[in-house]
Design a protein around this ligand. Structure first.
Ligand code: UDP
Ligand code: MG
Length: 194
């Protein structure tokens, strides 16, 4: 029985893939977590697919999936979720903006009884307009749904497998995952990540 599936959508990330996979492996080994990684190449035009095939050959815990053309992050996550076998599913971006060390605190929070735990990049280095847009979005989410969320679009999130089976992601809907889960009556928590 697998404890954890790490789902990674990627588009032209050949440089960061080896480090990402090694990093996740190191963290899971040291915490004694039985894991798998499902990496979905969203139609990369660089050497990502060749790098990924090599990595999956070297490590049986790695599953590589390829889209023939670029479809978008939501579509890549959707296919990754469909392949996930772990009882807990983590999503992570491939560009090393998310730190695999966060895996353990996120799972800890999930084990308190939540269905979803979302990362919150509190000291985000985003441009001003992006920060304002996100504040406005979160404000309306709070008003209309009662869900208190600060960082809806953070790449690092953990889910009970049941939740990932129930989400239908396409056309940019990955940005609203906390709201989509909330609408299906799943419970959500947020913790600050690096
Ligand atoms: N990504 C993807 N398909 C795309 C664009 C991005 O799978 O069409 C992946 C990308 O490789 C990364 C993650 O989605 O792993 C987040 O992308 P990005 O860093 O561009 O988003 P941001 O950090 O700005 O939210
Ligand atoms: Mg990024």
């Amino acid at each position: 029985m697998l404890d954890l599936t790490v789902v990674v959508p990627l588009f032209n990330e050949e440089e960061s893939l080896p480090e990402l996979c090694a990093w996740v492996d190191r963290v899971c080994q040291s915490e004694g977590i039985a894991y798998e990684m499902v990496l979905v190449d969203d139609g990369s035009t660089d050497g990502s697919w060749d790098v990924l095939k090599g990595l999956s050959k070297d490590n049986k815990a790695i599953t590589a999936v390829q889209f023939r053309r670029n479809q978008g992050k939501s579509e890549a996550l959707h296919v990754g979720f469909a392949r996930a076998k772990g009882s807990v599913v983590i999503t992570m971006d491939a560009d090393l903006q998310d730190n695999p060390k966060e895996i353990y605190p996120l799972i800890d929070e999930l084990n308190k009884g939540y269905d979803v735990v979302s990362g919150w990049k509190k000291s985000r280095k985003d441009p001003f307009e992006k920060k304002v847009a996100s504040k406005i979005f979160n404000f309306f989410v709070r008003i209309f749904s009662g869900l208190i969320i600060h960082d809806s679009n953070c790449g690092i999130k953990v889910f009970k497998r049941e939740v990932t089976q129930m989400l239908t992601l396409y056309g940019g809907r990955h940005r609203y995952i906390p709201l989509l889960a909330h609408q299906k009556k799943f419970s959500i928590s947020e913790i600050v990540v690096d």
